[in-house]
Design a protein around this ligand. Structure first.
Ligand code: CIZ
Ligand code: SF4
Length: 365
């Protein structure tokens, strides 16, 4: 297999119609050699090509079960890294556009987490007292950090189970990079707000006093998803005033006020399942990414269910949006010609430690 490529430039100006024809032709040529994985947040014009769909937990499991040579991941960078880690050495994970990152994942990095750990060690014995837990929305080296320090990965589907596992081992948790998922998870485990403190990685000791650190049970990294911060409690209040019979469901990346005001809180898989299984004729206000909400609204329309987006402005995951038909056509056409574009390869030593943390997660969820 060569690595030289067909340039992307001509694909940039390709019409969607031409892209679709070329995607179909390349797929027919590739057959079972390539499998296309799509996250729930993926845009409709790409999602239609998915062989497998799901949230990152489901997709990481499915990636480990596929025997296709190429796993084309229509999602964001950390997901393709997980696919690389979970697949066999002779399989290659591919991200059609390398600019498809996750702004939340980028809010933590290894240098900052290592500095945090060093600073915690000035106050406590971190390796005995703190379990590092990283949300799957994080770079592979942070998963490796967790693997190395007795920690674990979680997703929004299993954060509660994972946090319990962590607290069975050590009295404190360092949760990164999403403070909101961490806070909601801690709240559900019964922790009070003053036992969950925010660690600001740009300040010395996270901006906390030694006493606050000693008292804390959960150290919440100061990170967030900007898409999910668009949802506000006022949206829920307005919906309830108009539709008192309606139900509200939110993703745990939303802020605490939104989660507390919702009827249900859970991962994308949970949101999809809950609404699909709900009685006919029900009305839903949904606080998660727009592509998922639009797709779900169409799917449940025949059962007279009404699905509304929580925010009043359009908010999509703009990085995931970068995986467009042009990039998919370019990727698949190259593959069909024996050229691998945008392979995601996690360095071996890092992949081994990251897999340790991922396997711990998969074993208990
Ligand atoms: O874990 C995932 O796939 C993400 C990013 C959200 C969710 O809840 O599924
Ligand atoms: Fe990251 Fe937010 Fe996009 Fe999810 S919706 S991939 S957390 S930026």
């Amino acid at each position: 297999m060569q690595t030289a490529t067909i340039s992307f430039d001509p694909f940039n100006s390709l019409s969607d119609k031409d892209c679709h024809e070329r995607i179909r032709a390349a797929r027919a040529k590739l057959g079972k050699k390539a499998v296309i994985l799509c996250h729930h947040y993926q845009r409709a014009d790409v999602y239609q090509y998915a062989d497998l769909t799901g949230d990152s937990l489901k997709l990481s499991r499915l990636a480990s079960q596929t025997d296709s040579e190429f796993v084309v991941f229509c999602g964001v960078h950390f997901m393709a890294e997980v696919a690389d880690i979970m697949t066999a050495p002779n399989q290659t994970a591919i991200l059609p556009d390398l600019a498809a990152g996750c702004s939340m994942a980028d809010m933590a990095n290894l240098a900052k987490v290592e500095r945090c750990w060093r600073e915690l060690n000035e106050i406590l014995n971190a390796d005995q007292e703190v379990t590092p837990v990283t949300y799957i929305n994080s770079a592979a080296d942070l998963k490796a950090f967790c693997g190395e320090h007795g920690g674990i990965v979680c997703t929004s589907s299993n954060a509660g189970t994972i946090a319990k596992w962590a607290f069975e081992r050590r009295p404190k948790v360092l949760f990164f990079p999403d403070q909101h998922l961490g806070r909601w998870t801690g709240h559900n485990l019964g922790f009070a707000m003053d036992e969950m403190v925010v660690w600001d990685p740009d300040l010395e000791l996270g901006g906390l006093t030694p006493e606050q650190i000693k008292k804390a049970r959960i150290l919440l990294w100061k990170g967030h998803c900007s898409v999910h911060q668009m949802f506000q409690k006022s949206h829920i209040d307005a919906f309830r005033a108009k539709h008192p019979e309606g139900k509200v469901i939110a993703h745990p990346e939303c802020n605490f006020e939104v989660c507390a005001a919702a009827d249900y809180v859970g991962s994308t898989e949970y949101i999809v399942k809950t609404i699909k299984e709900a009685p006919e004729g029900t009305r839903w206000l949904v606080g998660t990414e727009l592509n998922l909400v639009d797709r779900l609204a169409e799917e449940v329309k025949p059962q007279n269910k009404i699905v509304q987006f929580m925010a009043t402005t359009i908010c999509m995951c703009s990085t995931m949006q970068r995986i467009d038909p042009q990039h998919l056509a370019w990727t698949l056409e190259n593959l069909a010609e024996g050229k691998v574009v945008n392979p995601i390869r996690v360095p071996e030593h890092e992949a081994k430690l990251a897999k340790l943390a991922l396997d711990r997660m998969l074993a208990i969820s």
